[in-house]
Every structure is written in C-alpha cells, then in structure tokens.
Design a protein around this ligand. Structure first.
Ligand SMILES: NC(=O)c1ccc[n+]([C@@H]2O[C@H](COP(=O)([O-])OP(=O)(O)OC[C@H]3O[C@@H](n4cnc5c(N)ncnc54)[C@H](O)[C@@H]3O)[C@@H](O)[C@H]2O)c1
Length: 209
C-alpha cells in the first residue's frame, strides 16, 4: 500500500464488491478482465476501479487488463481475508440463527467458533454445527476460542452489556445489529448495521414517484 495516501472509507467499502465479483468471474473461467468489464458488472466506472486499486499499488497491465487470480489474491490480502477470523454470535434469535447458518462467511475465512445466548432453553443446542453457550461463559469461551469478531444480535437493551463483555474478553472487532449506538474503546473496530436504512431509502424514492 502507498504509505502516504489516506484511503477513503468509500474505497475500502468497494473492495469487497470487487473481490466478490472477481471470484464469480474466476468461477466462470475468465483469467483476465478489463476495468471496463469489471465496472460494468459492478455498476461503477472503470476510472473509479483504477483509482481505487491505484491507492494500494500497481495492479493489471495497461492494454491487457487485470489478471483475475492475482487481483483476487491482492485484494484478499488488502482486506485481511488471506487469514482466518474466529467469530462469535451473541443472541441466537431470528437474526442470529440466520447469520449462524449463512454458509458464505466460511468461504471468506470467517470461522463461526462460538455462539452465546441467555435463554437456558437454547444453551447446549447446536447451531451451524456449533454449541450454544450460556452468556455467563462468554469471557472464558471467547478467550479459549481466540474470538476476533463478535456479532451482536441481542435486543437493543442488552447490546451495550454484551459489547462490554466481548471487549473484556479481548475481542477487537464488533459487528452490531442492535438498533442502538454502542460505546467502545478506540482500539475496537465497531461496525453497526441498520437494515431499516435500506428499506427507508426505498420508501423515500417510491413515495416520490
Ligand atoms: N430480525 C431482523 O430482521 C432484524 C433486523 C435488523 C436488526 N435486528 C436487531 O437484531 C437484534 C436481534 O433481533 P431478533 O429478531 O433476532 O431478536 P430475537 O428476539 O428473535 O432474538 C434475540 C436473542 O437474543 C437473546 N438474548 C437476549 N438478551 C441476551 C443477552 N444479554 N445475552 C445473550 N443473549 C441474549 C434472546 O434469548 C434471543 O435468543 C435486535 O436488536 C433487533 O432489533 C433484527
């Protein structure tokens, strides 16, 4: 990566799209792809792709295109997907259950290593091939399984408490689905999802038609 350049969040957010599309392209048997073709598939301009990738180094060959396998490897390394990450899901309700059973995370190197819930009726059951542990054992199990990323799918009122427990257990990445703003230390990478944002955006445009 070019040390002096500050990479924008928008660029970082586009990299997974490039990565996913390149993997599809590879499955189709394509070995070389132009920025025009890649851009057409993703819905971004070729200039944007060239600019994004140039932030990290020199990829592709002028007049030829990008070597798909090489670019997948390079983007994978930039995204840290060349290594495995252990994840834990906290809260196995509707959403936690769906995420635990989502197979694509594993293909990206995200290994579901532990699942926790407060409900005694769920503790001890298997989900996604992993045993559900009592939330009381979070710190012990998270340390033992070397959890890197905690996924919070508990009701909003319990989310901060769960985040604090994850951080106390040494977890430095949190993916929060509860509709509440969480407070974590600066050395913890927190990403919050709000699925209603997408729907509300659609509603905004539909209501203007
Ligand atoms: N279902 C959705 O489509 C959806 C979409 C976006 C966001 N969310 C948010 O995700 C969260 C989960 O939603 P859901 O529909 O799966 O809820 P749910 O009620 O079906 O499941 C919540 C689970 O968390 C467990 N739990 C509660 N307190 C806990 C604690 N302190 N420690 C560990 N486990 C605990 C419950 O026992 C339950 O199994 C909520 O904050 C919700 O607002 C849900």
């Amino acid at each position: 990566m070019k040390e002096h350049i500050v990479i924008s969040k928008a660029t970082i957010d586009r990299l997974p799209l490039y990565f996913r599309t390149l993997r599809l392209v590879q499955q189709e048997g394509t070995e070389i792809i132009s920025s025009e073709e890649l851009g057409r598939r993703i819905g971004v301009t070729p200039e944007q792709i060239r600019k994004d990738l140039a932030s990290f180094g020199e990829f592709g060959k002028k007049g030829v295109g990008y070597f798909v396998r090489e670019l997948i490897r390079n983007i994978g390394e930039i995204l840290g997907l060349h290594r495995n990450w252990n994840i834990a899901i906290v809260g196995v309700g509707h959403l936690g259950w769906a995420l635990a059973n989502y197979k694509n995370f594993a293909s990206l190197g995200f290994n579901l290593a532990a699942v926790f819930d407060v409900d005694p009726a769920k503790v001890g059951q298997l989900i996604g091939g992993v045993e559900i542990y009592s939330i009381d054992r979070l710190e012990e199990v998270a340390r033992e399984r070397n959890i890197h990323i905690g996924v919070i799918t508990v009701p909003a009122e319990s989310a901060q408490e769960v985040a604090d427990k994850l951080v106390a257990a040494g977890v430095r990445g949190i993916w929060n689905f509860a509709p509440i703003k969480l407070n974590v230390a600066d050395n913890v990478r927190l990403v919050s999802e709000d699925l209603s944002v997408g729907l509300s955006s659609i509603s905004y445009y539909l209501s203007r038609q």
